[in-house]
Design a protein around this ligand. Structure first.
Ligand SMILES: Cc1cc2nc3c(=O)[nH]c(=O)nc-3n(C[C@H](O)[C@H](O)[C@H](O)COP(=O)(O)O)c2cc1C
Length: 200
């Protein structure tokens, strides 16, 4: 079966280090026969969660009409895997990534058993906290994690291509995600039967 992975990344600097890692993992997953759709969150119209809490009454329903509801939520519900990639900003993820994370509140239960992967790149400090922020988001959704994440070290645009370790980690993450997606197909099928998503 062909797996479907959504890869979201959030750097305002196109052609930068985060995008490089995203291209690497997309290439690798493609070689492994996985369909990947990639979205640059900083290029999308994603508003902050306004805490109206109407999604508490109707799972999957969000009152904000933007690219999150129109484009990303329908894809996330169908995904077997989700990769979140971010530059390290002030020891954390970038604003674009955080906006995305907060807006998944309406998807409680609907991302369960999706296989997750995190990738971050920074100049040298705070990367572990940024990876942890992504992993915490994934665990809150009861996603399946089986790899420590990709941590790249680079500051100037394109510098990441010299980080051989990060490139190796990308490969390992792709392989591990495929292994876990294969092993957990049945769990996601159950999620789709039970889940009642409304994304109007
Ligand atoms: C606003 C801002 C905050 C940053 N904060 C950190 C940081 O806390 N730790 C770090 O190691 N690098 C930090 N950096 C450096 C970036 O993480 C680094 O340049 C990274 O390679 C950028 O990825 P990009 O090319 O995909 O944009 C920061 C950069 C910016 C613009």
């Amino acid at each position: 079966m062909k797996f479907f992975v959504v890869c979201v990344w959030g750097s305002p600097r196109e052609g930068g280090n985060t995008e490089f890692l995203v291209k690497e993992i997309t290439k690798r997953l493609d070689e492994l026969g996985v369909r990947v759709e990639v979205f640059n969150l900083c290029r999308m119209r994603i508003n902050p969660c306004k805490s109206c809490r109407l999604c508490l009454k109707s799972r999957g329903f969000c009152t904000i009409k933007d690219d999150m509801t129109n484009i990303l939520i329908p894809r996330l519900i169908e995904a077997d895997g989700l990769i979140v990639a971010s530059p390290v900003y002030f020891n954390n993820v970038s604003t674009c990534v955080k906006l995305f994370i907060d807006r998944t509140w309406c998807l409680r239960g609907l991302l369960r058993n999706i296989v997750g992967g995190a990738m971050v790149v920074g100049r040298g400090y705070g990367s572990e906290l940024a990876i942890s922020a992504i992993h915490a988001f994934m665990l809150k959704h009861e996603m399946i994690l089986g790899f420590r994440g990709v941590t790249g070290f680079a500051f100037e645009k394109g510098e990441i291509r010299h980080d051989r370790r990060a490139i190796e980690l990308v490969d390992q993450l792709a392989n591990r995600m495929v292994e876990l997606m294969r092993a957990t197909v049945k769990l996601r099928r159950e999620r789709k039967i039970k889940g009642s998503a409304r994304t109007i």
